[in-house]
Design a protein around this ligand. Structure first.
Ligand code: AHR
Length: 507
């Protein structure tokens, strides 16, 4: 048994808990849209063809924003194909994922679905095969109240009210050689700046997200951000970050330590953005939109893609339908801890993706929908993290990892809502084999009572949920959590994620 401690200074407020931290991502990729969100023939489908069973799970997940329609998909997308009478919509070849796009689901279906679920949309424009004019047309169609050709067209398509989309991504992963229309940093920065300035001529309050690096291991990481921000600093509010982690070659310790990279990635982008701001003598602070993050067994996908035939164009093929285990859920929970801890600069995030494609929600066509293991830390964090993030300093033994050196076995984030008198502590034990007893001094919060203590762990680290056993892995009550005189003690099993919610004195 290892021992760790946590102290907090409730006066040291890191940031408000941004509701946009709990965003997700819907791409026209594989079965995310078709047979995920949308399946008109499904027994639970509503009049619009949306699966009610999936919608219920999305509500339970607590998703606040959804980025749409890609992803790599957006870099070849013609938004006009997806609006108007469905019978007239063209079927197109989709190059990013090598499939057929029927366009039966498009902007208006997406907006109807979002509004029904109380979700804020986050729209991406195509800066791969397209550019300024198409972005302006889309903005006019989506947001202009009426009396212009494209806003009247929207009304004629059954949507008289403007969609009023506030957040827009200026393309996707334009640093990646795999991206349709990939550009070098200077060319992309100039293109994005032109688009951003023109979009803001239509609506100066739009929040615009410029593409950062597709990952911290990109060869251009750092210089890409600096160059792109030099060109766009005045016109954008956010820069994006994307990160996916996986367990490589059975190296569980490194995998569990993945947030070491995520923390460093965030800190580096903040430093780079602020350095550009200083050079430009601009007091504005660029915010970070971590708009793709998750566990993704990318190397398996790359191996399969290398041997895949290129002549089988299919509608909604099964692509990257990763089945998540207990360790994956712990890493996802830890990534949420990192996002909360960086709330002073990371003000939006989107887990990639929402259904079927590296997703917390799985479905079968015509069949059930169920929660993957990673569903649980997301749903519980989205539900329990309220108020503000306060500093939580952890002292813990370290675990040696091949990728990141020594990594503390415990990581945590703490939120507090003094007005409601609630607090939530999110904790991971990243030890591959040792339980940890955590002692947390919460007297500063005037913690009174543990209201709930849940832990996700399993003797089988690789256990998964399936259609037949959808609840094989779920969080359960942790009976080894106690609070006495504001001091909390919790026993945390190895490879575990936990949440402890507390009531606190409001006086
Ligand atoms: O989420 C899957 C893919 O990962 C997205 O399309 C792309 O942006 C990223 O590389």
């Amino acid at each position: 048994m290892l021992n760790a401690s946590l102290t907090t200074d409730p006066g040291a407020v890191v940031a408000p808990v941004h509701r946009r931290t709990f965003g997700s991502f819907v791409e026209h990729m594989g079965r995310c849209v078709y047979t995920g969100l949308y399946e008109p023939d499904h027994p639970t489908a509503d009049a619009d063809g949306f699966r009610r069973d999936v919608a219920d799970l999305v509500r339970e997940l607590g998703v606040t924003t959804v980025r749409y329609p890609g992803g790599n998909f957006v870099s070849g997308y013609r938004w006009e194909d997806g609006v108007g009478p469905k019978a007239d919509r063209p079927v197109r070849r989709e190059l990013a994922w090598h499939s057929l796009e029927t366009n039966q689901f498009g902007l208006n279906e997406f907006m109807t679905w979002c509004r029904r679920l109380g979700i804020e949309p986050m729209m991406a424009v195509n800066l791969g095969t397209r550019g300024l004019q198409e972005a302006l047309d889309l903005l006019e169609y989506a947001n202009h109240p009426g009396g212009t050709r494209l806003s009247d067209l929207r009304a004629a398509h059954g949507h008289p009210e403007p969609h009023d989309i506030r957040m827009w991504c200026l393309g996707n992963e334009m640093d990646g050689p795999w991206q349709i229309g990939h550009l070098d940093a200077r060319s992309y920065g100039r293109k994005a700046a032109r688009v951003a300035r023109a979009m803001r001529m239509a609506d100066r309050d739009l929040e615009l997200v410029v593409c950062g690096s597709s990952g911290s291991s990109m060869p251009t990481f750092g210089s890409w951000e600096a160059t792109v921000l030099e060109e766009t600093y005045d016109a954008v509010s956010h820069i994006s970050l994307h990160a996916y982690y996986e367990e490589h070659d059975g190296d569980l310790a490194s995998f569990l330590g993945s947030v070491t990279d995520m923390d460093h990635f965030i800190d580096s982008v903040v430093a780079t953005a602020d350095a550009v701001g200083a050079r430009l003598r601009d007091p504005k602070r660029i915010q970070l939109s971590f708009d793709e993050w998750n566990v993704w067994y990318l190397s398996r996908f790359q191996e399969q893609a290398a041997v895949q035939p290129t002549d089988d164009w299919r509608v909604a093929p099964r692509v990257i339908e990763d089945r998540y285990n207990v360790a994956d859920a712990v890493v996802v929970g830890n990534m949420l801890i990192s996002l909360l801890r960086h709330g002073d600069r990371v003000t939006a995030a989107s887990q990639a993706q929402l259904a079927n494609v590296i997703a917390p929600i799985m479905t079968e066509p015509g069949g059930p929908a169920w929660r993957q293991t990673i569903f649980h830390p997301f749903a519980l964090t989205a539900r329990s993290a309220v108020g503000r993030v306060v500093r939580a300093d952890v002292t813990a033994p370290v675990q040696d990892t091949a990728r990141y050196g020594e990594v503390p076995v415990v990581d945590a984030a703490l939120t507090h809502d003094p007005d409601c008198g609630t607090a939530a502590l999110f904790i991971v034990n990243r030890s591959v084999d040792q339980p940890v007893t955590l002692g947390a001094d919460l007297r500063g919060l005037r913690a009174e009572k543990v209201t709930e203590a849940l832990t996700l762990s399993d003797p089988d680290t690789y256990a998964t949920n399936t259609a037949d056993q959808p609840d094989r892995v779920t969080p359960s009550a942790n009976e080894d959590v106690r609070l006495e005189d504001g001091r909390l003690t919790a026993v945390l099993p190895p490879v575990s994620w936990s949440v402890v919610t507390l009531s606190t004195d409001r006086g």
